[in-house]
Design a protein around this ligand. Structure first.
Ligand SMILES: Nc1ncnc2c1ncn2[C@@H]1O[C@H](COP(=O)(O)OP(=O)(O)OP(=O)(O)O)[C@@H](O)[C@H]1O
Length: 287
């Protein structure tokens, strides 16, 4: 059973005003336990608006948002508990850190859930380990951490609620390559260990290619392409029409193909491309 299902969601901002804007149109989407889904689309295509429907921050004009098969808007009072199940991590989440210790900041969510102190402490340690920080961070001032560490503390604060889905809006924005790799390593381990689904908005085709299983492409509030990573990136021309590109590595293979080399252009990650190039130029596969 899907954790969340969006059925024909449409949404417009500023209805009845001169600024009226159709931001989402007939969106259907379901997320299963343990899935890793990427959402891409050029600026203004509706990505942030879409993920704000996941946990009831926005209410659709039409369509339904089902969590565990129940329409979340049937009893609007239950929206609060939905926010614990669908953990939304905004862009630059470290800007929302407020507490004077890492432990207190991560504890904020579990505390709001009404958990007892012992469970809260356990959740805080667990979440900190999910993002690769040890207990020595518990009493540290989060404002004296590096940018990457602050980001991980902020994400741990959402993980501590043990959501069924972690929804991340541009999780690596502003991080250096090492910080990006580090964050993804921990997100991937967390997903495997806990079977939590991850939905990620990203502008980076490389990140999408390396990490997600299924991609949705948004344009003007509609899903215009959807499928596995290789199947979506096989449509370089269509992606271009929507202001998007395939990963650089795929682009290089497409360039070789254009020059007449018999190369398989379905490689979307560096490892896959390396294997394909080895096959092509040396006639062997990387073992
Ligand atoms: N609060 C708002 N009021 C009116 N229009 C809005 C509001 N927020 C977003 N929009 C409009 O809705 C559309 C979708 O915006 P949204 O922020 O969801 O896009 P996005 O794909 O997340 O963009 P970005 O990649 O730049 O973050 C855009 O045309 C945007 O201008």
């Amino acid at each position: 059973m899907a954790i969340i299902e969006l059925r024909d969601i449409s949404f417009r901002y500023g209805t009845g005003t001169p600024f009226e804007k159709q931001a989402l149109q007939d969106i259907c989407l379901s997320v299963e336990h343990g899935a890793f889904i990427g959402i891409i689309g050029h600026t203004g295509s509706g990505k942030s608006t879409l993920i704000r429907h996941f946990n009831g921050l926005l209410r659709p004009d039409s369509g339904q948002v089902l969590v565990n098969n129940e329409d979340i808007w049937k009893h609007p009072k239950q929206i609060r508990s939905i926010r614990f199940q669908i953990g939304l991590v905004f862009q630059y989440p470290e800007t929302q850190i407020f507490a004077d210790t890492v432990a207190r900041d991560i504890a904020y969510g579990p505390k709001n859930m009404g958990l007892d102190q012992e469970t809260i402490n356990q959740r805080v340690r667990e979440a900190l380990s999910f993002v690769g920080l040890d207990d020595s961070y518990l009493d540290r001032n989060p404002f004296r951490l590096s940018g990457g560490e602050m980001r991980r503390v902020a994400i741990a604060g959402v993980m501590a609620m043990r959501p069924a889905i972690l929804v991340l809006d541009e999780p690596t924005a502003g991080l250096d390559p090492e910080g990006c790799r580090n964050l993804f390593d921990h997100l991937e381990q967390y997903r495997r260990k806990t079977n939590t689904a991850i939905v990620m908005v990203s502008h980076s085709m490389e990140e999408i290619a390396e990490h997600v299983q299924r991609v949705l492409v948004l344009d003007k509030g509609r899903i215009v392409l959807e499928g596995s990573v290789p199947s979506v990136f096989a449509h370089a021309g269509i992606l271009n029409q929507f202001g998007l590109d395939v990963p650089q590595i795929t682009k290089a293979l497409l360039g070789l193909k254009k020059k007449g080399y018999p190369v398989d252009t379905s490689a979307v990650t560096v490892d896959q491309a390396e294997n394909e190039l080895l096959r092509l130029f040396e006639g062997k596969d990387d073992e």
